[in-house]
Design a protein around this ligand. Sequence first.
Ligand SMILES: NC(=O)c1ccc[n+]([C@@H]2O[C@H](COP(=O)([O-])OP(=O)(O)OC[C@H]3O[C@@H](n4cnc5c(N)ncnc54)[C@H](O)[C@@H]3O)[C@@H](O)[C@H]2O)c1
Length: 344
Amino acid sequence: MVVTKSPEILFLKQEDVIAAGVLDMKKTIEDVETVFKMYAAGEIQQPVKTLMEFPDPVTKDRGRLVVSMPVYLGGKINRAGVKWAAESLENQRTGQLPYGIDVVILHDLDAAHPVAIMDGTLITAMRTSAASGVAAKYLANPDSKIAGMVGAGVIGRTAIQTYLEIFPKLEEVRMYDLNRSKSEGLAQEFRDRIEVRVVDDARQAVEGADVIATQTTTRKHFLQKEWMKSSNFYAQMGTNEAEEAEILEADVLVVDDWGAISHYTPGYFAQLVNAGKLDASRILELKNIVSGKTIGRTNPAQHILFKSMGMGSEDIIVAERIFQNAKAMGIGQKLKLWDNPLWL
Ligand SMILES: NC(=O)c1ccc[n+]([C@@H]2O[C@H](COP(=O)([O-])OP(=O)(O)OC[C@H]3O[C@@H](n4cnc5c(N)ncnc54)[C@H](O)[C@@H]3O)[C@@H](O)[C@H]2O)c1
């Protein structure tokens, strides 16, 4: 190991992260699948994320939050890191900044200093939908043709990208957003790859769809079980979009990380378990399905609900790829914590 008294930290702004390949959805899906396998193999340390939420001044509901997500990825990667994430409905109202803004720090474990600090906003958007793509790969019917989506924001865009990767026979995405212009924007953006049909309500989006994704910022349940056909796959990426019956009566329930979801008491899953309405033993973890320890779908007629809350390990594995690419390409700005450390 080369030790220096004045180690360099690579700072990557969003444009650098893009140049280093963050927008590659295929690679992101591969990274995230690797993470679930590593998690199952015990190669990841991922303490429960620490989250603070604050009321939004307009809706009076929880509309602002900050989250810390520390992780160690073992195996050949051997990297510690943390994602520091924030979200605010105020940004959605002004339209000047993304709803979610994130920073990733990567650390050298031996020398205890940071090696990279980068924008994590696009990493988050890519890995969030990639995780639902990995879930879809293992849990959805592979010949799915119709996708129904609610929420045409940042995660809505990556949700379309990931389903395009996972479902080669995809013919149409039905998209609903409270803000119609967001759906229309995505229809225009994807016009050369897939028809994104803008619809007038959530029911029109999901009724009859083979695969469903919801990624809204509302804290209110709106997705009703009777709208769904019985044999499909639904990825819920927002906080509490599905109503109670949809969760309780789904044939199979899968989550990304039950440790995080069970600790998040404003979340419906934790509430239903704590109220004795949902038996926690029914809830499967995606890592066990990806690693082959558990079977998720046992027949095509099942309705499967996948709920994600996001894992720091997904961020760190993508950030590590971006860091290595950026170093090889000579991208980014070099920063230092000091020229000479004052006290040793
Ligand atoms: N599960 C995860 O790992 C994970 C990670 C990151 C973000 N998220 C969540 O994804 C959600 C979307 O984040 P984003 O960055 O795309 O936000 P965004 O502001 O870019 O997009 C959200 C969209 O939802 C729409 N919307 C809000 N309420 C709606 C409703 N009731 N019906 C239809 N549309 C509605 C808004 O108009 C907006 O266009 C947030 O809840 C965020 O917390 C989840």
